[in-house]
Write a protein that binds this ligand. Structure first.
Ligand code: SF4
Ligand code: SF4
Length: 355
């Protein structure tokens, strides 16, 4: 623990009962270029085995869009209220809603001299980020942005509550939500219960699997014993993810979420209290057909409010105020945090490493 760390009892942070600290991530949506490097980093590290071909523990979808699995935002799950006494009924998505893991004609092209274009062997009808870059709005005011998603390692995880065998659990030391593969019997109540659809069923092992926040990396289990942030964060070319603890009051995550209130949870109305937060996207104002600028939001605030809740107005206004301050030659800690590329500040994973 760092010397200036305050005692837990002093913090305002709502860390789940029985949890010492809560690991968290902030993603700045203004920097995401939709390259899917994070998706591939996660895929190649954790979900290459049989039965997990269709799984993307990290996925990046285009918003507005149906997402992955298709229609997940309307699939139910979560809690009825902030009391967390009654769960909201949810659905298990169809395999078609995730999309099939297509096989491609690599061997024909690479070894048999075929000059066909690279394509799936079977007819492709839906897949992760199928509606890539489509977005919404009419020319010249169409818009879209990318939304990277992982399990939110929620403070009140409805997936944990849904499991009758207590196979899902929230780790005491950092709040990471995991599936005990020994206890899991593949009932899929967790898949139904998660409103973000971030638990996946493996049809080969007959168990559920999910994002593990790369816990072996943050525990320093690599060859050199060093601590690393999750692969999705480390591999991201524009470095838009901050990783650390929500209750680290000296860290950027605490400042963005609690002090400046510019990092917002996705769909707070699901009531699971996510620990992944987003800096909402900005877009240029609208234009007339003649190219004149008009003072109207290109991305409707109402849509952003649907995604990130009521805090959206205040968050966007705060960021805008600080941007203007910089334009006038002033200083802003908020802008400094959002632009900082120092890994020691982006990834603060050892501050509570006190056994
Ligand atoms: S996002 Fe879903 S799977 Fe992850 S902790 Fe929350 S409820 Fe559970
Ligand atoms: S690697 Fe970074 S920029 Fe690329 S899609 Fe993922 S989050 Fe976005």
């Amino acid at each position: 623990m760092s010397t200036d760390q305050q005692d837990d009892s002093d913090t305002q942070i709502d860390v789940a009962e029985g949890i010492d600290h809560q690991v968290a991530m902030v993603m700045d949506l203004n920097k995401c270029i939709g390259c899917q490097t994070c998706t591939i980093a996660c895929k190649t590290l954790w979900t290459e085995d049989g039965g997990s071909e269709y799984m993307y523990w990290n996925n990046v979808e285009t918003k507005p869009g149906a997402g992955y699995p298709r229609g997940w935002e309307d699939s139910g799950g979560g809690w009825q209220s902030g009391e967390h006494s009654e769960r909201q009924p949810g659905e298990i998505p169809d395999q078609e809603d995730y999309g099939r893991a297509w096989e491609f004609n690599h061997s024909e092209i690479m070894y048999e001299g075929s000059d066909e274009p690279l394509r799936p062997r079977e007819g492709a009808e839906w897949g992760p980020n199928w509606d890539e870059d489509e977005g919404a709005g009419e020319y010249p005011n169409s818009y879209y942005f990318y939304l990277p998603r992982i399990c939110n390692h929620c403070t009140h995880p409805s997936c944990v509550e849904a499991c009758p065998r207590s196979a899902l659990y929230k780790r005491e030391e950092d709040g990471i939500v995991l599936v005990d593969q020994e206890r899991c019997r593949g009932y899929r109540y967790c898949v139904e219960g998660c409103p973000y659809k971030k638990v996946y069923y493996n049809t080969v092992s007959k168990k559920s699997e999910k994002c593990i926040f790369c816990y072996p990396r943050i525990e320093g289990e690599g060859p050199d014993g060093q601590t690393y942030a999750p692969a999705c964060a480390e591999e991201c070319p524009p470095q838009l993810r901050l990783v650390g603890f929500l209750d680290d009051e000296q860290g950027p995550i605490y400042k963005l979420v609690e002090e400046y209130e510019v990092a917002l949870p996705l769909h707070p109305e699901f009531q699971t209290q996510p620990n992944v937060y987003y800096i909402p996207p900005f877009a240029p104002p609208q234009h007339t057909e003649d190219g004149e600028t008009v003072d109207v939001d290109r991305i409707p605030r109402q849509y952003l409010e649907q995604l990130f809740g009521e805090g959206i107005d205040q968050a966007l206004d705060t960021i805008e105020r600080h941007r203007q301050r910089i334009e006038r030659g002033g200083e802003s800690e908020l802008m400094e945090i959002l632009q900082d590329k120092n890994p020691a500040k982006q990834y603060r994973l050892e501050v509570f490493d006190d056994g």
